[in-house]
Design a protein around this ligand. Sequence first.
Ligand code: SF4
Length: 680
Amino acid sequence: MQTIASICTFCGVGCGLGLRVEDGRVVGVEPQPGHPVSAGQLCAKGWASGFAIDTGNRLRMPLIKEHGQFREASWDEALALVASEFRAALEAVGPDGVGVISCAHATNEDNYAAQKFARAVLGTANIDHCARICHSPSVAGLSRTLGSGAMTNSIADIDEAELILVIGADVTENHAMIGARMLRAQARGARLIVVDPRRTRLARLADQHVQLRVGSNIALLNGLLHIIFANGWEDRDFLACRCDNEAALRAHVRDLTPEITSAQTGVPVLALIELARAYSQARRAFIAYGMGITQFQSGTHNVIAVANLALVCGQLGRPGTGVNPLRGQNNVQGACDMGCLPDVYPGYQQVSDAAVREKFARAWGVAQPPAPGLTSLGMSEAALRGEFRALMVLGEELVVTDPDQHKLARALAALDFLVVVELTLSETARFADVVLPAASFAEKDGTFSNCERRMQLLHKAVEPPGQARADWQILAALAERMGYQGMRWANSEEVFAEMAALSPLFSAISHARLAQAGGLQWPCDEANPAGTAILHRHCFPRGRAQLIPVSQVEPDECPDADYPFCFTTQRLHFHYGGGAMTRKSPLLEREIPAGLLFIHPQDAARLGLGEAQGVRVASRRGQLETRAHLTDDVPPGTVSMPYHFREAPCNRLTSSAQDPISHMPELKACAVALTPLPPA
Ligand code: SF4
């Protein structure tokens, strides 16, 4: 038996795995001893990650749909069809009418190839991935304030913090090893404060739980700034030396008294003052936030409000501090780093900068699209208008994870051509005209970037089933088929080398160096050859940080007489994403085998709804049936559902109201009505 070093694919923490291989099969998983992030430990999902690569129901051959049924095809036939359909769409509507949605589970090399295929082969700027529905506001908001859209500090900084402030993140469920680290820090004396409308497990264990009303983040954060300025608790030296626009921010929050903030957020005045004092007066305070901040139509402004708080208190650029978005998917950081976004090339080089476009045009030998392209939701909307004809989806389960599913299904049906690259015949793949079989993480070499900007190597442990291939190999073959010779890489190391040569942020990183160093955090360049554990130590990328006044925006849809409950979404520890991988594990499935609606016992009593009783949940966009779980995890008037279960797809209910800056849909808040079903 051999043990091959790899990285867990079930969240953005990036824990080190060993894949146990016997007779060409992965037969087990073990933690990587001494791993810089996980230090020889894994959570329940990590231990079960071997099931994700179970070859039982994997795609082994390309599939072509004929008369509504899939049939197996050769690579030659499938690639020829994909190439001719993209050519036809390009001739019919031009490059604005085609696009690629890349994959936050796939490697950096796969993602680099995806955006290059879009930009250099299809000639379109329409490239996006699921960061759109998780942390696109972090990229937009932190770039505007701090100059860089990623975690400012490292996971290990939790150990240095005197105070840990978790805002809108269910850490023990979604980033279990980070949650465990926070609890260890608390046991050593750090103060742990959780801001969340739900009583999460971490909130129950925290020193203070600030239970704000759903969608009142900016009101809370501005209210804290008012208290901090009013009491002189701000870091005057930091503000003077490192920040612009202090006067405007002070003026903006001047009238937001604790009483006003309390009325807007539902948080008692004394709790607001306690939080403001504790955060501003801590010597080292670490903020971690998640999708309770980003998944709102005010997502970018929510992120800006978080950054304002840290800047005013000087809680940046030092060990144990920082503003730290916890990324969900294992390589969502990497897919952003690789430029799978419509407005940036690899290394966050701006599409809007003519010099950058010229640089990539020269390197790739093809003129570049003149402006940023469509987001994934923008592509759906263009398809519904008949302006968008052909789409490639790599490993994303849009049908389960995107908002307003009926609308999305209409958009997919409106396409002339959909090709999906997948491990299995996913819900999204069922809509496709062609499905191409992909290799899983255990079947290819490459790199992932975890949420602390750490690029790490993973190694091929076994052969892919049948004729499955790595995404970058599929894209390279398709590029060649479409007459482009610039993607003829011999291996993933060559893909990475090309990317690093074009990306100053990663210029000192290579597969060889990663193998030696056990992971490197960007920026990693000539000036920082060992990488960068803490950003903004001495200055921000643009010199000074920007304080940006922002105002409270209510959710697009609030409860009313017809839809009287506030509906929010969440995730569960034992599942991941659309459930396609974790629900293959009998161990994980045994823990939570079906969807459920979390409802407060008072609300349930009013409706006559019992534990585990069936309930119909309806919004203005659709309805579903699930079972009730009575719990005070949610406050009265608010109900919550996880989105891992395709048989109870909560995104049938959610709203596609969008943040005007990042185009993040408002997945965390809409209004629903509940109808108990007769007990079984
Ligand atoms: Fe995998 Fe995340 Fe669990 Fe680590 S914390 S083992 S990366 S699911």
